[in-house]
Design a protein around this ligand. Sequence first.
Ligand SMILES: Nc1ncnc2c1ncn2[C@@H]1O[C@H](COP(=O)(O)OP(=O)(O)OP(=O)(O)O)[C@@H](O)[C@H]1O
Ligand SMILES: [Mg+2]
Length: 495
Amino acid sequence: MAGLVPLRDSMQNLVDSLSIQLKLEMEVVDTHLNRIGVSGSLRGLAGTRQKRGFINRHVLEEGKPMLIANPGREHHCSPCDLRHSCSYRAGLACPIVRQGHVVGVFDLMGFEDGGWQMLRQGDEHLLSFIGGLISGLVTGQIFGDRSVDQHESIAAVSTALQISRQTLRRACSAAAAPATAPTDPFAEIFGTSASLQRVVEKARRVARRGDLILLIGETGTGKELFARAIHRASPAGRGSLVALNCSAIPESLLESELFGYEEGAFTGARRGGKAGKFELADGGTLFLDEVSELPLSLQPKLLRVLERRTVERVGGTGYRPVNIQIIAACNCDLAERVRQGKFRADLYYRLKGLPIYLPPLRERRDDIPLLAEHFLAAEAERSGQDLKRLSGTAQEALLVYDWPGNVRELKNAVEYAALMEEGNEISIESLPDELQDGRRGVSLRGQVLDYERQLVAAALRSEGENVEGKRRVANQMGVSLPTLYRRLKELGLSD
Ligand SMILES: Nc1ncnc2c1ncn2[C@@H]1O[C@H](COP(=O)(O)OP(=O)(O)OP(=O)(O)O)[C@@H](O)[C@H]1O
Ligand SMILES: [Mg+2]
């Protein structure tokens, strides 16, 4: 039985739309508990494997939906080490059944600030019914099964959940886009600035070779977005993309997470051992995020994998070959880490063979309007509400702001503004405070005037403030002397 394939991008729309409407997080796992599709705040976990997944294991075995009204206190939670600190308030796990076989599990999870009451208070049979329909939609989209009547399912799900049918239908039709029309892997990367276009072109070329790539950029510049696009565009795109954030896992666990372990390698090691990320990514791509945070002790081991393409599990006695593309990412100056003695020079030189620098947003401001429009359109699509546009002053505020959080900050800012704005034109008052401060302090016009004032004042200092000096400055500016006098007045440089 073939496993579930990673969700197509368009399929992600369905998961996203549903999760936003229901105020629940969603996750689709295959029979190995690999997360093949996740919503919103869990997106960072896409492609990883559930380490615990006790409820899902049960659903995979039983093939029946399960309502988890008291996470942490259910019978199936007892082996879980996180049962006393479970962050879910309620959950629903539904088997994804295809041709009589359970091929995965579809989870709806409610967190503190989400729609968990609906799950906990909902009638169990109704919830199972909804879960069944949603898994039907998911199966239909993944496998193109026409046995699932999309129209009936949509009508039933939307009635039961009181979601607008239009929203659901839009999500489903986006998801149903024919699999035969391959989309450009880089299509989700927006921006027409010359610097971004150069990066996209370089990424396309690098992807063809597919081997070892280093993405360098400040937070929010799109490293993960690029990593996914490069993966899809590369020969490794036929395999899976496995991600690991080197700073998110305690040093003591990182080694076994990356390299796996053999049975009996340490107390508590699982019977039969466990494959590490390198092995899981075999035939595909391993995305090593925040590689600069890899502990010094593991760096020689990583270098060895990069050079020999073989992995030794913890407690193992032999090397296993792995055929993988590695995309590493960092948001700091790796050379500086080398100087500080925190990163090995040999690993640094190996990694930086094919570097791709993602420019910060403040250095490609001409991308801001397009990106803002894109995020507003995506937000309108998701919420099913009318598209909102930016007023001139709001756009000006976006253009002058420095965006330390780069594209992620811009995305959050316009989504916030779309939520706060009651009309269809986003006024500057609906933008986050820090952007409004920008307007008060330095508007675009103010900045341009400031710059011109500085240039003209410097020219006058060097040419002299007498009439002759002013005539030379006027000449350099390509204007007449009377125009220069008028301009000096406007700039506050004369009485
Ligand atoms: N050029 C772009 N076009 C469209 N969306 C973008 C672009 N660049 C970034 N984004 C969006 O901005 C957000 C942040 O991007 P991403 O997570 O890839 O950044 P990152 O460089 O990995 O950040 P961090 O270092 O904090 O992990 C994501 O929602 C991503 O989809
Ligand atoms: Mg990232």
